[in-house]
Design a protein around this ligand. Structure first.
Ligand code: SAM
Length: 280
């Protein structure tokens, strides 16, 4: 067993709030994250190596781990904590800066993501990996409220974030994680979520744009939100009727699939995967 805190102190490591550094050292939780994420014999991408605690739990099960860490002051720590694993490759990159094509190229084969994500970039990171067909699933710790919004299928928690994620993946909450399980302790509780890429996933920037229009004012009806952006009111009403909804329906009543079908009926969303040229 590794005493991560002693290794961090030995290397005079200072936690940086700006990088969302809330580490986990409990071996049982770490192994559960790796197992639930499907690490066994897989190629795994981890975002945020930290002190290497989750990396070790993943590496014990995985074929290969590609782990990205932005904070170079952690590298002397990692040299020690990951010394006995030869299936881990460390990258000193900010994944949001290098972009998904470079990540895919560096990994070089289909992969899954398992991570205790830095909270300040949770949503962009999830969308970054949803945009790659190389990435089969994303298992990550996120703020509890964000997890609930991502997984909601309708109702008040269902919003643009839920609809966008669910258009590409099937999300579910694996378990809740209390704030005291992290060091330093964050102000909020977390949840472990797993998002599996749907077989019929149609990643589309145009769909995302349409979803945002549907929720532009969450309390307003779809007819009001969409007509405010220039879509003909009668067309929206007719499309809603065809889908079995009233003219006063709000986006949160429809769910992700009906929103996509509404967009297709209104000519705003493609009914097939976009080619790279069609993407903006
Ligand atoms: N995996 C470790 C664990 O579970 O203890 C650390 C998790 S901590 C919540 C998030 C880690 O992501 C930090 O080590 C932080 O420095 C790193 N990080 C923050 N922003 C990043 C980025 N844009 N690219 C790569 N790593 C980043």
């Amino acid at each position: 067993m590794i005493d991560y805190e002693s290794v961090l102190i030995k290397h005079k490591f200072k936690y940086k709030k700006a990088f969302g550094q809330n580490f986990i050292f409990d071996d049982d939780i770490l192994d559960e994250i790796a197992r639930e994420g499907g690490a066994d014999n897989a190629t795994v991408v981890e975002i945020g190596t930290g002190a290497g605690s989750l990396t070790r739990a993943i590496a014990a099960r995985a074929k290969r781990v590609c782990s990205f860490e932005i904070d170079e002051t952690l590298f002397p720590v990692l040299e020690e904590t990951l010394a006995d694993y030869d299936n881990v490759q460390l990258f000193s990159n900010d994944v949001t800066q290098i972009g998904i094509d470079t990540v895919d190229m560096l990994v070089g084969e289909p992969y899954i993501v398992i991570a205790n994500l830095p909270y300040y970039i949770t949503t962009p990171l999830i969308f970054l990996f949803l945009s790659s067909t190389e990435c089969g699933s994303i298992t990550c710790l996120v703020q509890k409220e964000v997890a609930e919004r991502i997984c909601a299928e309708n109702g008040s928690d269902f919003g643009a974030l839920s609809a966008c994620v669910q258009s590409v993946g099937k999300p579910r909450i694996v378990r809740k994680v209390k704030s005291w399980e992290f060091y330093p302790q964050p102000d909020v509780d977390s949840a472990l979520i797993r998002i599996d890429r749907r077989q019929d996933a149609v990643y589309s920037e145009r769909l995302y744009d349409f979803i945002k229009l549907c929720f532009i004012q969450k309390r307003k009806t779809l007819v009001n939100n969409l007509s405010a952006s220039g879509i003909n009111k009668n067309d929206v009403t007719a499309a809603l009727t065809e889908l079995g909804f009233s003219a006063s329906a709000r986006a949160e009543e429809l769910g992700a699939e009906n929103i996509r079908l509404l967009g297709i009926k209104l000519g705003r969303v493609p009914d097939r995967p976009e080619t790279p040229e069609e993407r903006r």
